[in-house]
Design a protein around this ligand. Sequence first.
Ligand SMILES: Cc1ncc(COP(=O)(O)O)c(C=O)c1O
Length: 348
Amino acid sequence: MVAADVRALSTALDAPDFFAHMDPAPSKIAAKLVGLNAQYNQNLLHPDLSPFATKAERRVIDWLAPIFGMSDGHMCCGSSVANLTGIWCARESGATRVVASADAHLSVAKAAHILGMDFDAIAVDQDGKLDPSELKDLSDSCLVLTAGTTARGAVDPMVQTIAVWTHVDAAWAGPLRLTKFRDVVSGIETADSIAISAHKWLYQPKDSALIFFRDPQASKLISFGGEYLTVPNVGVQGSRSAAAIPLLGTLLAWGKQGLAQRVENSMKDSETLAHFLKEHPETNLCGWPQTGVVNWRPKISPILDVVQRLGNCASITNISGDVWIRQVAANSYVDIDEVIREIEKALQ
Ligand SMILES: Cc1ncc(COP(=O)(O)O)c(C=O)c1O
């Protein structure tokens, strides 16, 4: 009964026309391994309750962290928590203020609020990137840069400043570092910490994300030990699932090449769509997609009517106070010609 409802009433993330959100269908091997994880129900809080899972996480971190210029880290349930973790490290290092672009994900302001820090939003330029000329004295601050904003996929310039701590929210675009588009996120290696959603462009089932640290000692800033624990509890969560196992399975099955190929194909799909929208007489494209996020508006038909006709093909977002259609290249099973046909129909 429950299973039947799940099958009947879930959004098909792998449908040929699904091109709407940052949520890909997970890798098949990952989906299988999640079932195995549930069966064994390991807890990363206690190494004796997760002998293999703890090793698997170490292996994943040791494999991925150096690709981003980082040396340590751990997995957590999402990038809201990964951002909170990075900003918590900043506060423990003396930062009292969080500075981020006005287009940073809401979890950044939320983390500042939870941690009792001030929050300053910095204006973005016309491409949706943080404008470095707007930055003031950062000597008391945690600077949060975004690599792939939620609304537009914009990548902030990876500026080097005197901030106490620089955290990069690379929830969406971080995996470009594994691809031929690595230069889009160049400079990310100068960060103190980086958040990446494995349940976005690393094709993992939710809840799966990574927080990386440049300094191998950084996790000591956010470690609590004692009482019943044999090893310190690092980070925001207590009990943690073995999310590293499906990620390790995916990395071993696909290799760096297989992963990169899927993300590169998605980047190509977003370019194909952008070309179509740029040439179409009845659509306005909002800048060229930087990291697979395409924003556009119909010139004639009311936007909300078009969105309704597009169904799962598109989402909407707000850019500088205006509603724009947002289409995200996350689905590796998409047929971009089918998406374009749906747009043509919706515009009629
Ligand atoms: C840029 C960015 N950062 C952080 C998050 C939060 O991630 P999560 O939903 O995994 O908590 C998102 C979610 O879409 C995001 O787009």
